[in-house]
Design a protein. Structure first.
Length: 148
């Protein structure tokens, strides 16, 4: 017995949805990692500012803090660029999930419509069979609907 091509297509579409979701999950995880890295950079900068204020002779350490801040700013700028790229990849992955899910829903809708049509056709065949039985019984007089 040959398998229904629509059921095979439905399985393929479901797998593509799961693959797209997995890819989106990876993109979101990477995005969260980069956001955490940016937060760590910001927290370190805040810690340095707090430490700078506590030194009695902070002016002596000003150059050290300035160099460290410049390095941190470059690192944060790089991380921000990485975050922007990761967000773009996430947006693309979201679009892929939507497209895969839409394709899967289209196949499911088609399968449901065909099932409804097949059920209607079966009901129509059954009704025709019942009508034929009723006509046959009505013609030979054994239908019980004779004259009184």
């Amino acid at each position: 017995m040959a398998r229904d091509p629509l059921l095979i297509l439905q399985t393929v579409r479901r797998r593509s949805v799961e693959a797209a979701r997995a890819a989106l999950g990876e993109c979101l995880a990477a995005e969260a990692g980069i956001a955490a890295r940016i937060q760590a950079i910001d927290d370190a900068a805040q810690g340095d500012r707090a430490a700078h204020a506590t030194f009695a002779e902070a002016h002596q350490f000003l150059e050290m803090f300035a160099r460290r801040q410049a390095s941190r700013d470059e690192e944060r700028c790089s991380a921000a660029a990485d975050l922007t790229a990761a967000q773009a990849r996430s947006a693309t992955a979201r679009a892929a999930v939507v497209a895969a899910r839409t394709a899967a829903e289209a196949v499911e809708t088609l399968i449901e419509e065909r099932a409804v049509a097949a059920a209607a056709a079966a009901m129509q065949r059954d009704q025709h069979a019942l009508d034929d039985i009723a006509r046959t019984r009505g013609l030979d007089g054994s239908g019980g609907g004779g004259a009184r």
